[in-house]
Design a binder for this molecule. Structure first.
Ligand code: TRP
Length: 338
């Protein structure tokens, strides 16, 4: 009986996607990727590398494929298991572009015009080429989500509006053509470590910061990591104390050390009396965490046949789900069968 009941228990499907633009840094890892790895066995996890989304702002030949390959290697290196989670490249699953068009015809010009990310991005690109893809981006994102019948989409605040519009599109389509799509929910990802920029500990560590000095990449050599921590901004006091409000720099180091060792930041503070020692200990702990990831990353990048094989496993699993959804969509609309 228990076995039968289990067979009918729907596992929550969780989808998260990441654009292949730029290097993965410590904040991405301790804040998010590590949780993806932990979460892969708890839910039916789909992780897309959304290269088509990156096309909205890319026009240099040969860049995207390489960025995609590096990001894929990194996702496997941090511990995503292609036999457990579905890790795929968006352009390997043509249904994204196909359903994307249906989504464009289900969302209105007015709705797309109200997207704050579109307004922000176009403001930043003033005087540059603004593709129509930048405008219709949310329709492609809706396709990413609805293709997989995703129940939950873990996102930060900047992406909530995109999940809202996806829900609106799904409801509108279901209303027009009958129940077709699962209406997804935006969920707050499990709290990862908050990692701030080493040079400006009041802003999040980010690859878009003006200089690299405050950002530790997972591909940084150990000497580079040590140097970045040695130069981290602290304050003119000398006491090691966990107090993010008044001592953001020192507290950031303690948060990172805590994230890397699994201990509490306040307790760690008691072990150090000098900033210099804390910096050295934090750098060492980070290097210890990163070293095995780098080893796997380098192995994978030198064995592209293996990487291709792993991505094919993901693409096959993804297409299996996506092609059924696209067919269901066409059937619901009443397109002429091929
Ligand atoms: N727009 C997201 C970002 O910029 C990336 C993304 C594309 C995404 N498709 C998605 C995120 C589907 C979640 C689900 O970060």
């Amino acid at each position: 009986m228990a076995g039968i009941a289990l067979a009918f228990t729907a596992v929550t499907r969780v989808l998260s996607c990441i654009q292949p633009t730029g290097e993965v840094h410590l904040g991405n890892y301790l804040g998010a990727l590590r949780n993806w790895v932990i979460g892969q066995s708890a839910a039916d996890a789909f992780h897309g590398i959304v290269d088509l989304h990156a096309l909205t702002v890319t026009d240099t030949p040969g860049v995207i494929g390489n960025e995609t390959l590096k990001l894929a290697a990194m996702l496997f290196a941090v511990g995503l298991d292609p036999e457990v989670a579905t890790v795929f490249v968006q352009s390997h699953v043509p249904e994204h572009a196909q359903l994307g068009w249906v989504m464009e015809c289900t969302v209105s010009y007015g709705e797309l015009s109200r997207m704050t990310q579109f307004k922000d991005k176009t403001a930043k690109r003033e005087g540059h080429f603004i593709s129509a893809g930048l405008f219709t981006y949310p329709a492609l994102q809706a396709a990413d989500i609805l293709l997989y019948d995703a129940n939950e989409v873990p996102v930060g605040d900047d992406q909530r509006q995109h999940i809202e519009i996806t829900r609106d599109i799904a409801l509108r389509f279901n209303h027009r053509f009958g129940e077709t799509f699962v209406v997804p929910t935006a969920v707050t990802p499990p709290a990862g470590a908050r990692v701030m920029d080493l040079q400006d500990p009041t802003s999040k560590m980010s690859k878009s910061a003006d200089s690299d000095a405050g950002c530790v990449y997972l591909t940084d050599a150990p000497e580079v990591i040590s140097k970045k921590f040695k130069r981290a901004v602290t304050d003119s006091e000398t006491e090691v104390r966990y107090d993010p409000e008044t001592k953001p720099g020192v507290s950031n180091l303690l948060d990172i050390l805590a994230g890397a060792t699994g201990q509490a930041p306040a307790g760690l503070a008691e072990r150090y009396t000098r900033y210099g020692d804390l910096k050295v200990a934090t750098a060492e702990a980070v290097i210890d965490v990163i070293r095995p990831i780098q080893d796997r990353y380098n192995d994978l990048l030198t064995d592209q046949a293996e990487l291709t094989r792993l991505l094919r496993i993901g693409a096959d699993k993804a297409r299996h789900v996506a092609s059924a959804t696209l067919q269901r969509t066409y059937d619901a609309i009443g397109m002429l069968p091929a």
